[in-house]
Design a protein around this ligand. Structure first.
Ligand code: SF4
Length: 696
């Protein structure tokens, strides 16, 4: 039976999988020869093929008719509508009035072509993507301190060889379970796992120390640990002197974070702080990882910087089995943030405002420098202005479901409904696609070829296992067809994804994320290649910073400001913290996983987790239906009473839309640098509850 080695469509672990059988009856197993997951998969990976022949699969374009219904139309009719809408909006309101919204799930080829499509075919500055909601704070912190952003600047297998791993606000035991094999190895060697999280997650369960911080106080904890490391003479003074810059500034900053104050703000006892600081300071090798917990806040960059500073004080980055990294979330969250779908970015992490970068891309794209637009608005800002005088009037969405994934979702819902034209390319009728004027049915992961870049910067080959169903096109084909209608056929004609990748290689040559030495053949031969890889004889770069950081003087920077409270704290009207996150069974907005019967059975609807004492205080019974309300809106959940949470905090997952959407509640306060919304902290109240369903 024919077997294809490819990769899971979901998270940034990008597990290697093997597929046999047919598109209608595919058989999936873990790939034991792929060195990242080493044969293991989670429930999402094992069931990934269920979406390929799903009965709700879109196989024909849809367009809204005069009665307001989405009805099947031909590709020609759909593309006529798209072309006419784009032309009308740009004539009436200017080029930037047409926006493009991309995704960290797209392959590198699609990411690259989407950025080119926006700048060359649409000439719009209005492009951003859902990775802004995912990785942008950690990316900004790494760029500022290291001069480059690669989620893990070391192979994931290094975790097993560390003495201590500290994870702040990440839950890989549920979000990427195969990662835990490395933590298991670490613990078997006598190493320690320390977890910082307001919830006692599955990951925290396996930790030697769980620090259940007050939501929104992550930076305080890190600064307090640095304070203790300096006080106890456990900071790595030699490393700090040789490899860093700006330590005096941080020493002054952390002087204000003495243990008693840190205990008052974070809720972590002084004795625990000292014990953890001592474990970290005495360990031979420490790895500090951040997840979305500290990053998805209005001070996400400052939070990530605080943990990065902690790693620097310990002398970790660049040393064997040590370092700082972030746990990238989306499947191509790494490559998706490198190749030009961000509002201020050209391929290879080049800055769109940099004249040299513009010159380089003008040459690759065969356009004039002046024709390349400048920086546009970040994702949340672009979405909040939809339909407004100075906002986007027509939006093209690829691989994303922003009406569920953006903060303050009711505002985004109103904006999407006010557009002159909304075009969505997807393979299911997602909540955003339901609002569209035109829906374009696109191919799925196993039906097209491309490359992804996993959480450790390893570029991998996602091979095609099956041909797409009749009536379905790939996103690369869709972008080329629209570009052709807009008069740019010669710049958007490609024979294959490999040809797009070859152009991406030229585009990134000489950049920070240099892919120029990577070919599909190499990816197949070498089980992936870590960027930067500037030539075909370069081996790739699994480990970064061993000698120097990517800053002009080769030193890492200590950067950071005093902690500020969350944009919204609990008060009399909204007495509890609300925090959000993911579940084992589902991925992102659930467009795929909610349609997989096995996963749906594991988590058929969202629950609001709260401590038994909180439940008693507010009269909530386990299993009761309840309505949560914040200053943005209300949403419905089933109560899950569990001792795994702090008494001041309610947790809800964000995989559902409509009345069950967690993001109807979340706060769109933005980080000043990354423009990340504050998904992880806001104030909430329990509005009403009933044990039998229905609302009181
Ligand atoms: Fe692996 Fe992530 Fe897919 Fe699970 S969802 S199988 S961890 S890539």
């Amino acid at each position: 039976m024919l077997e294809t080695r490819t990769h899971c469509p979901y998270c940034a672990f990008q597990c290697g999988i093997r597929i046999t059988g047919s598109a209608k009856a595919p058989v999936v197993s873990g790939d034991p020869d792929f060195p990242v997951n080493r044969g293991r998969l989670c429930a999402k990976g094992f069931t990934a093929a269920a979406t390929l022949s799903h009965p709700e699969r879109l196989t024909t374009p849809l367009a809204r008719d005069v009665s307001g219904n989405l009805v099947p139309v031909s590709w020609n009719a759909a593309l006529d509508r798209v072309e006419a809408g784009i032309r009308a909006v740009q004539e009436a309101y200017g080029a930037d009035a047409v926006g493009v919204f991309g995704s960290g799930a797209l392959t590198n080829e699609k990411t690259y072509l989407l950025g080119k499509f926006a700048r060359v075919a649409l000439r719009t500055a209005s492009i951003d993507y859902n990775g802004r909601f995912c990785m942008s704070s950690a990316a900004a912190a790494s760029n500022r301190a290291f001069g480059i952003d690669r989620g893990l600047p070391f192979p994931i297998a290094d975790l097993a060889r560390a003495d201590v791993v500290l994870i702040a606000g990440g839950n890989p035991a549920e979000t990427m379970p195969p990662l835990m094999q490395y933590i298991d190895e670490l613990r078997a060697r006598g190493g320690k796992l320390i977890v910082v999280d307001p919830r006692r997650t599955a990951t925290a369960e396996s930790a030697s120390h769980h620090l259940a911080v007050t939501p929104g106080t992550d930076a305080v904890l890190a600064l307090g640990l640095i304070h203790l490391l300096i006080r106890e003479r456990l900071a790595d003074a030699d490393y700090i002197a040789r490899r860093t810059e700006g330590f005096d500034r941080i020493r002054t900053l952390v002087a204000a974070y003495w243990p008693g104050r840190v205990e008052r703000i974070t809720g972590i006892p002084e004795a625990t702080l000292l014990e953890v600081a001592t474990i970290l300071g005495r360990a031979g090798s420490v790895t500090v990882l951040t997840g979305r917990g500290p990053e998805q806040q209005a001070q996400g960059v400052n939070n990530a910087s605080a943990y990065l500073n902690l790693a620097l004080v310990l002398g970790a980055p660049g040393k064997p089995s040590s370092g700082y990294g972030c746990l990238t979330g989306q499947g191509n969250g790494q490559g998706g943030r490198e190749h030009g779908q961000k509002a201020d970015q050209l391929p290879g992490y080049r800055d769109i405002r940099d004249p040299a970068a513009r010159r380089h891309m003008a040459e690759v794209w065969n356009v004039t420098e002046e024709s390349i637009p400048t920086a546009g608005l970040s994702a949340q800002e672009m979405l909040e202005k939809l339909g407004q005088d100075d906002g986007v009037r027509a939006l093209l969405v690829f691989g994303s479901n922003p009406v569920v994934s953006a903060a303050d979702a009711l505002t985004i819902d109103r904006g999407l409904r006010s557009l002159h034209l909304l075009v969505v390319s997807d393979f299911f009728l997602s909540e955003t696609a339901r609002l569209a004027d035109v829906v374009l049915p696109s191919a799925q992961w196993a039906e097209e070829e491309g490359t992804m870049t996993n959480l450790e910067g390893r570029v991998i080959h996602r091979r095609q296992a099956f041909t797409p169903p009749d009536g379905v096109k790939t996103d690369l084909e869709i972008l080329s067809l629209i570009a052709e209608r807009l008069g740019h056929k010669e710049r958007f004609t490609y024979g294959s994804p490999a040809e797009v990748f070859d152009e991406l290689r030229r585009a990134t040559a000489g950049s920070r994320a240099d892919y120029s030495g990577i070919t599909y053949d190499r990816l197949d031969r070498e089980n992936g290649v870590h960027w930067p890889c500037p030539s075909q004889i370069h081996p790739g770069t699994p480990v970064m910073f061993a000698e120097r950081f990517n800053t002009p003087d080769g030193r890492a920077r200590f950067l950071g400001d005093p902690h500020l409270p969350a944009a919204e704290e609990p008060d009399e009207d909204f007495p509890l913290y609300l925090t959000t996150g993911r579940l084992l069974a589902h991925y992102q907005t659930g467009t795929q996983t909610r349609r997989v019967p096995q996963l749906d059975r594991m988590a058929p609807r969202p629950t609001a987790q709260m401590h038994p004492l909180t439940a008693r205080r507010f009269g909530v019974a386990d299993g009761a239906d309840l309505v949560l309300t914040t200053r943005r809106g209300s949403a419905h959940f089933r109560a899950e009473v569990t001792p795994r949470l702090r008494q001041d905090t309610v947790f809800v997952p964000f995989h559902w839309g409509g009345a069950e959407s967690a993001n109807r509640l979340t706060n769109a306060a933005l980080d000043p640098i990354s423009r990340m919304p504050e998904f992880k902290v806001c104030a909430v109240r329990i509005e009403s509850t009933t044990e039998s369903g229905g609302l009181t």
